[in-house]
Design a protein around this ligand. Structure first.
Ligand code: CMC
Length: 430
């Protein structure tokens, strides 16, 4: 039975349909609001705004639930691979053995980078942030790979081309930034092992592929693969709503992810933990600075727009730290600092009252450090993982007849009409 809510504005009654999701989330359908009343809604940061209907990812922030296409994140982290999870997100179901093999063949075929693109990398000044380079390079792919005629074919091939090339391009950026010889992808290696090999193999010291590291990377990327309407996915959907090509939309997502409040938090967490370690900053000082509104300091890796309990991804990542660092010969002092800082924050009233818990980024940097990934590549690692989610959301948006060009309204608070003053009559007040 259809449900409705009633809204009374300026003496006029409006009936608003209620939309219910498959897990019981409720929304008021306000699409007729402005047309019928002249009002719009005001929701900075869109915390109460449902921008689309989506069948990809379910999150429950109160209960700490995350599922891709209905499958709990814990099961995927335990049993799936990143490539299989990417397939699940994009196509809506797990692949058969044959489909998975075909996917791997495409990923291998698409993995080399056009030689002309290499020149771009060399033109960036030293110390350029790899996220800026990655965003530009992904956008540039459109110039190197023409549109295919068949839309289904175009989609499948373009998606896999993106997933394959982002891995090669990221490893290549790292090698070039260090002045090292580029290592090319190997068709005999799986997606994650190939990436680690391209990052760390060298003609001088061959890289030994460690199965635990490969598993850890699979888990890291599975945990990051989608997170419903987060900032970067919203950027991909918003930019994609203009019907621009997918490379440009994904490039916008990478830019959005770069910020320290979103994907850049993993890098910021490590900087924070290093500062505590090197400067001997006490936990009390961290907590009291994080509580102080006039201090720009925040406890990075804590808090989330949706999770008001422990982020389920952070739980898995914390366990992964124990596994990976348990076998390392050199212990990472930052892990101990992170654990103690977490304990201290979780017993603090400020963090309790505001429901601030560790998010995925709190422990992910420690796992990445254990793999040997440099800090300035952390957000790139997040971007590689999030790519299947961006693709799935872009595809869903494109195929949804209800979706429109993304174009919010505003409440104008500037001058009322204010006439032009010629330059020689102008004063500071005019
Ligand atoms: N340290 C100290 N105070 C915090 C923190 C924090 N990490 N996070 C939130 N607060 C406070 C905030 O100041 C606010 O206080 P008040 O109610 O007095 O104004 C209250 O908690 C609510 O926070 P908010 O910023 O209004 O909430 P939000 O939903 O807009 O922000 C957030 C979510 C992730 C931007 C924020 O928690 C934050 O900045 N955290 C640190 C950065 C971080 O770890 N980001 C990674 C997010 S997870 C990865 C991803 O999926 O992108």
């Amino acid at each position: 039975m259809e449900k409705f809510a009633k809204l009374v504005i300026d003496g006029k009654e409006l009936t608003l349909p209620i939309i219910e999701g498959s897990e019981g989330e409720k929304a008021l359908d306000i699409r007729r609001l402005r047309q019928e009343t002249g009002y719009i809604t005001f929701d900075p940061g869109y915390g109460n705004t449902g921008a689309c209907k989506s069948a990809i990812t379910y999150m429950n922030g109160e209960k700490g639930i995350l599922r891709y296409r209905g499958i709990p994140i814990e099961e995927l982290a335990e049993r799936s691979t990143f490539v299989e999870t990417a397939y699940l997100l994009i196509s809506g179901r797990l692949p058969t053995r044959e489909e998975l093999t075909r996917t791997s063949v495409y990923l291998n075929d698409f993995s080399p980078i056009h030689e002309n693109m290499k020149a771009f990398y060399g033109s960036y000044p030293p110390k350029s942030h790899p996220m800026g380079i990655l965003s530009a390079m992904i956008n540039a792919l459109r110039s190197f790979y023409p549109e295919l005629v068949d839309l289904d074919e175009e989609m499948n091939q373009t998606f896999l081309r993106l997933i394959s090339k982002i891995r090669t391009m990221s490893a290549m950026a790292y090698k070039i930034s260090r002045g090292h010889r580029v290592i090319y992808p190997r068709p005999d290696l799986c997606y994650c092992a190939n990436f680690l090999n391209m990052m760390f193999d060298s003609p001088v010291v061959p890289y030994h592929i460690d199965d635990d590291m490969v598993r850890a990377l699979n888990v890291f990327w599975i945990l990051h693969a989608d997170h419903e309407q987060n900032c970067s996915t919203t950027a991909v959907r918003a930019v994609g709503s203009s019907k621009v090509n997918i490379y440009a939309a994904v490039s916008a997502g990478i830019s959005a992810l770069w910020g320290p409040l979103h994907g850049g938090a993993n890098q910021a967490v490590i900087h924070m933990l290093e500062k505590i370690h090197k400067d001997g900053m006490s936990f009390d000082e961290c907590i009291s600075r994080a509580r102080d509104k006039n201090d720009g300091f925040k406890l990075m890796g804590f808090g989330h727009r949706v999770y008001k309990t422990y982020d389920p991804r952070a739980k898995i990542m914390k366990k992964m730290c124990d596994i990976i660092l348990g076998k390392a010969t050199r212990k990472d002092p930052l892990l101990d600092i992170a654990r103690r800082l977490e304990e201290r924050a979780l017993e603090d009233n400020y963090f309790k009252e505001k429901n601030l818990y560790p998010n995925v980024d709190f422990y992910s940097g420690i796992v990445l450090r254990a793999m040997g990934i440099p800090t300035n590549m952390f957000t790139v690692m997040f971007a590689i993982g999030r790519l299947p989610g961006w693709i799935a959301q872009w595809k869903e948006d494109l195929g949804d007849p209800e979706m429109k060009l993304c174009r919010p309204r505003q409440i104008y608070t500037g001058h009322e009409i204010n006439h032009y003053v010629p330059l020689d009559e102008r004063t500071e007040e005019s």
